[in-house]
Design a protein. Structure first.
Lengths: 873, 118
């Protein structure tokens, strides 16, 4: 064969092997004749033109032939599926469940962790924290003065804005309504250039009246409140029926008449202000450099990276630390991509869910691999026949892989449907702090993930079947069935089943650790008794209570009248346990600045500590006699006593607040705050009557029966005291506790569900292997029974085989769990990641479930009739 | 192939130009691939030049649909000759008649001049 023919034959390799086998020789002959003809015609470039047109034609034609082969293989695979409906249904369902779980979890992950925020330029938005040397890993809010300096000096951030929060009472014809709002500085709508549904963003005229003041309630004199607002879409529908006339309308928020200038688009939320129902302008008080209470955001300039902007802010921070050491020493600004900032609290949980879902998928793949292996073993006669008729090994492998890919494609379709159906349930089980839950959907990226995962799964499962197919094809026809029991296919199946058990055990151990963690969390000493306690948020408009004594009068009346209600055991004003509400306060131990301590302070009324069920260790609670005319008193918790008077009784000790002496009159056990699992910090309870400028705004009511039963009466009391005051944040302490433990509980539910699925699949795998073994060993069992073995002996033989299988799986699973135990470190609480109790319980559970799966085939084996069995042999 | 006789050749219309030319080249008897290529090029004065990739894709399809079959006559070790089946002949005929009807319509509308003497 000449060189041109060799080259042409090389070109023909782009065609499928079958096509080349049928027509390759002819094509080479025809091409040779065409070349000879071209040479004979003597035209210049004729051979080159022949090569060019032939090459283009071959390259254009080859994909059609490959598609044709694929079409035939898919049609064959579908025929095979229809011929074995039971097995096919099992395989498709198993893959559908495994892939569906992963699709659902991936859609959660892609939305929360990777999808751009739903704003124009969302991937260029950053959150700006101030971090200190003491707490380098947790960013804090920012101060207004520092923010103003960054805004003035930064060139890498196109726009900056700060966001604060407010609550106001909407006063109209009906009951007053408590609303949460956000207040934003001038640059906000440049940072987030959204298109409003109606109206306009804030302009300079809206900010002008607020310039030079802090729009907050704590300034002396009448604060300057914003006179305009942009309302949320839902509020617009509710108050104005979605009418255009809302723009320009006036509503009353607290004592201020406010004009509606805009409506936000439907579904708009901004990180940290998801509950805001109205937005108002704010001019931060740039004289405040030490008070850090604002959230800052920025937009990177075009072409600027996060690291470049961070480098610039580092320089600015260093300069501000030099200029204002008291406020900024050891503080600097840190930028974080806003999308990452939003997801920071749930990132670990989501990765754990992805890992758990992937584990279930691996087990599902092993199950389907086993099914396909068993199928391939059963079709060995077919494979051997086709090989004898000329089918190549590559052809069998290709067809087997195609069957597997068709299973996977059908499984992927089922998975997409399952995931769409399961997404709302998954969203409801996600940790409550999970952001952007409303955005979770099956989009192009998720479908692409499912497609890629389906292909990978199809190839993985098909690999097992290919081994059996090529092995069967190479054995002579009529090969004894018994030999298959010891062949590589069988060993591979056993290996897959052992792997399933191992992965199921690792998941079960994880579930065990999470269960122990939840128990540890729920067993925490709360320091209070949550049963039958209602927490009600008060919303007094502080300008109305500015006159001396008005605040005390209001609080006293509320507490006294609520205590007098039927069913109320005790009531008092103070912050809600497990909620926010305390604030940092500098106190000194001896009146000088020498020993200054920062305490969490809770301003409480008489009856509060009794209402929450706090335990008094020494002294007394805050009482009705602790008024402004009497010496200042305080009650401390155990953490404060240990920190400040470690070897002495705190009763009778003195602290100084604002240079005034305060006597410690009581010691209570630690009450857990918003972070349930964090050790309570030193806390001082001060009398609200002795703190005319400090508001706590929660009323805690202990009842003799159902706490919510008194709510109507409480509303009537409030209505009679102040018609324009709405009740807010109404919940029982049991609800509050449930919310606090929800992240742990929900994670356990999800991982536990995955673990149960994995165990089911592993059990099915064990059942399949043992059942197949029994079928193949029927003649052997018949011989044994004919020679005197009893049913009990057969039971023991089968169960021993199963036990050996399960034991290997458990050993590997234990090794896996120990190797990856560090992964669980951030998810456990007061439980070692190699917790013996969890490990033992998981091993017993997996062993029990998998051995239970063997009972049916073992019983079948014990009932073998030796006569029939020997006849079969 | 008695089973194929029951098929309506019109179900396979319209044929592509390349397929029709291949069938046409087999009307007068069996040929192998190179002769088909050569005959099509000569008949169309070079207007239609099939390449081997296209030709054997067509041959494979026509074999599968029963319009042509291999012929021992004209085949060698390295080349196979193909001939039209009855069904293939009817399909080619149906396509020719379809084109004739189109031609007649064009002539009736004076889009094309009728041949002199027609």
């Amino acid at each position: 064969m000449g060189r041109p023919e060799r080259l042409f034959r090389l070109l023909l390799r782009v065609f499928p092997a079958e096509f080349r086998g049928d027509f390759g020789d002819q094509m080479v002959e025809d091409f040779r004749d065409q070349q000879t003809n071209a040479a004979r015609l003597g035209r210049r470039g004729a051979r080159w033109r022949l090569w060019r047109t032939t090459t283009i034609d071959v390259l254009r034609r080859a994909p059609h032939e490959h598609l044709d082969v694929l079409r035939r293989d898919v049609a064959y695979a579908l025929r095979q599926i229809r011929r074995r409906p039971g097995i096919s249904f099992g395989a498709i369902t198993t893959l559908g469940i495994g892939l569906g779980l992963n699709t659902a979890v991936f859609s959660l992950a892609s939305t929360v962790l990777w999808r751009s925020l739903p704003f124009p330029g969302g991937n260029r938005l950053v959150a700006i924290h101030e971090i200190s040397v003491e707490t380098p890993n947790s960013g804090t809010s920012v101060s207004a003065a520092n923010f103003a300096d960054w805004e003035a000096r930064s060139r890498t951030l196109d726009a900056l804005a700060v966001v604060g929060w407010t609550t106001q009472t909407l006063i109209g014809d009906g009951d007053p309504e408590h609303l949460t709002g956000a207040r934003v500085s001038r640059g906000f709508f440049r940072v987030v250039p959204i298109q409003l549904e109606r109206g306009r963003p804030f302009n300079d005229a809206d900010y002008a009246p607020l310039a030079g003041t802090a729009a907050s309630e704590i300034r002396d004199g009448d604060p300057v409140e914003p006179a305009v607002a942009i309302i949320a879409h839902d509020l617009w529908l509710r108050l104005f029926g979605g009418r255009d006339s809302a723009i320009g309308s006036k509503v009353r928020l607290n004592q201020t008449t406010v004009e509606i200038v805009g409506v936000l688009p439907q579904g708009f939320t901004f990180p940290g202000s998801e509950e805001a129902q109205f937005w108002q302008p704010m001019v931060p008080d740039v004289t405040q450099r030490r008070a850090r209470y604002l959230s800052a955001f920025g937009q990177l300039a075009d072409g600027t990276s996060l690291s470049q902007a961070q480098a610039e802010l580092d320089l600015i921070s260093a300069e501000l630390a030099r200029l204002y050491p008291r406020a900024n020493k050891d503080h600097r600004a840190r930028l974080i991509n806003l999308r990452d900032h939003v997801a920071r609290d749930v990132r670990g949980h989501i990765w754990l869910l992805l890992g758990a879902a992937a584990s279930v998928l691996l087990i599902a793949c092993a199950s389907v691999g086993n099914i396909l292996l068993a199928q391939a073993s059963g079709r060995r006669l077919e494979f051997a026949t086709r090989t004898a008729l000329g089918a190549s090994r590559a052809h069998l492998v290709r067809q087997t892989l195609t069957e597997s890919l068709v299973f996977a494609a059908l499984g992927g379709t089922v998975a997409t449907l399952l995931a769409s159906w399961a997404l709302p349930s998954l969203a409801s089980l996600a940790p409550p702090t999970t952001p952007r839950l409303s955005e979770i959907r099956i989009d192009g990226l998720v479908i692409a993930f499912t497609a890629v995962a389906s292909v990978a799964v199809g190839l993985l499962c098909g690999l097992a079947a290919c081994i059996a197919a090529t092995g069967a094809a190479s054995r002579p026809m009529g090969h004894a069935a018994g030999a298959d029991a010891r062949g590589p296919g069988r060993r591979f199946r056993l290996g897959l089943t052992v792997a399933q058990i191992a992965v199921a055990l690792a998941l079960a151990i994880g579930t065990g650790l999470l269960t122990r963690t939840l128990r540890a969390v729920t067993a925490l000493d709360l320091g209070f008794v949550p049963t039958n306690v209602l927490s009600v948020g008060l919303t007094p408009q502080s300008p109305l209570y500015r006159q001396p004594g008005r605040k005390t009068e209001f609080e006293s009346e509320v507490q006294a009248r609520v205590r007098a209600l039927p069913g109320v055991v005790s009531a008092g004003i103070g912050s809600r346990p497990l909620g926010p509400g305390t604030f940092g306060y500098e106190l000194t131990m001896d009146g000088s600045a020498v020993r200054t301590v920062t305490a969490s302070v809770d301003v409480v009324g008489p009856g509060y500590l009794e209402a929450i069920g706090a335990r008094l260790s020494a002294g007394r609670f805050i009482g009705p006699d602790d008024t402004v005319e009497r010496p200042l008193v305080g009650v401390v918790n155990q953490a404060a006593a240990r920190a400040w008077w470690p070897d002495a009784n705190p009763i009778g000790r003195m602290l100084f607040r604002d240079q005034k002496r305060m006597e410690i009159v009581g010691l209570v056990d630690d009450v857990r705050r918003k972070d349930l699992e964090a050790d309570p910090s030193p806390t001082v309870y001060m009398a609200t009557a002795q703190s005319p400028n400090l508001w706590t705004n929660n009323l805690l009511i202990r009842t003799s029966g159902d706490a919510r039963a008194v709510l109507t009466s409480v509303r009537e009391v409030m209505r009679s005291i102040d018609r324009e005051q709405a009740l807010a944040r109404i919940m029982t302490l049991e609800d509050s506790l449930s919310q606090a433990t929800a992240p742990r509980r929900n994670l356990l539910w999800l991982v536990g569900f995955f673990s149960v699925l994995a165990l089911l699949l592993a059990g099915m795998g064990v059942y399949g292997v043992v059942a197949e073994s029994v079928t193949q060993r029927v003649p052997e069992i018949g011989v044994r029974m004919a020679l005197g073995a009893t049913s009990s002996d057969v039971w023991k033989m089968i169960l021993a085989q199963a036990l050996w299988l399960v034991a290997r799986g458990i050993l590997i699973g234990l090794a896996l769990a120990i190797a990856f135990n560090r992964v669980m470190t951030s998810f456990v609480f007061r439980v070692a990641t190699v917790d013996p109790a969890s490990y033992v319980a998981a091993c017993l559970c997996v062993a029990g479930a998998t051995l239970a799966a063997c009972l049916v085939p073992a019983r079948r084996a014990a009932r073998v009739d030796p006569v029939i069995a020997l006849r079969q042999e | 192939m008695a089973a194929n006789d029951a098929r309506d050749p019109r179900d396979w219309l319209p044929l592509t130009s390349a397929v029709f030319h291949v069938l046409l080249s087999l009307v007068d008897g069996q040929k192998h691939g190179y002769l088909i290529l050569k005959e099509v090029a000569e008949r169309t004065a070079g207007e239609v030049e099939l390449s081997t990739g296209t030709l054997y894709g067509i041959v494979k399809r026509l074999l599968g649909e029963g319009m042509i079959r291999e012929s021992a006559l004209g085949s060698t070790d390295r080349r196979r000759a193909y001939r039209l089946t009855d069904f293939g002949r009817r399909v080619a005929l149906a396509e020719a008649e379809r084109m004739r009807e189109m031609l007649s319509s064009a002539q009736a509308r004076a889009l094309l001049a009728k041949p002199s003497g027609a």
